[in-house]
Design a protein around this ligand. Structure first.
Ligand SMILES: [Zn+2]
Length: 105
């Protein structure tokens, strides 16, 4: 497996920890090419269920994980769709996709 840079591999391998990672969205009928999302996680996955917010019960929007569509590697700048056309599944983890993308696939 050839990665575009070390950072994308290291961040993907650490995707369950807080931080950012690039994840692939598999091709489907609507989108025949793989797409990519930048995933931001603010709390390690293994402890996220233990979090008791001091804001519980109040209506204050909080974000534990969020995603944004991206086209280029944030570390080295390659065009992801082009570089990972045949190897996108190296960046695939269904549990890391946003719920919208999970429903679509
Ligand atoms: Zn890269």
């Amino acid at each position: 497996m050839r990665w575009c840079c070390n950072a994308i591999q290291q961040q993907f391998e650490a995707r369950k920890k807080r931080g950012i990672a690039v994840v692939a969205v598999p091709p489907n009928e609507l989108h025949p090419e793989p797409r990519f999302q930048l995933s931001l996680r603010s709390i390690d996955d293994e402890v996220v269920r233990k979090v008791q917010s001091p804001l519980a019960g109040e209506y204050v929007a909080q974000t534990l994980q969020t995603w944004a569509p991206i086209k280029y590697c944030p570390w080295c700048g390659v065009e992801l769709r082009r570089f990972y056309r045949k190897t996108w599944d190296a960046l695939y983890d269904e549990s890391e996709l946003s719920s919208l993308e999970r429903q679509a696939n």
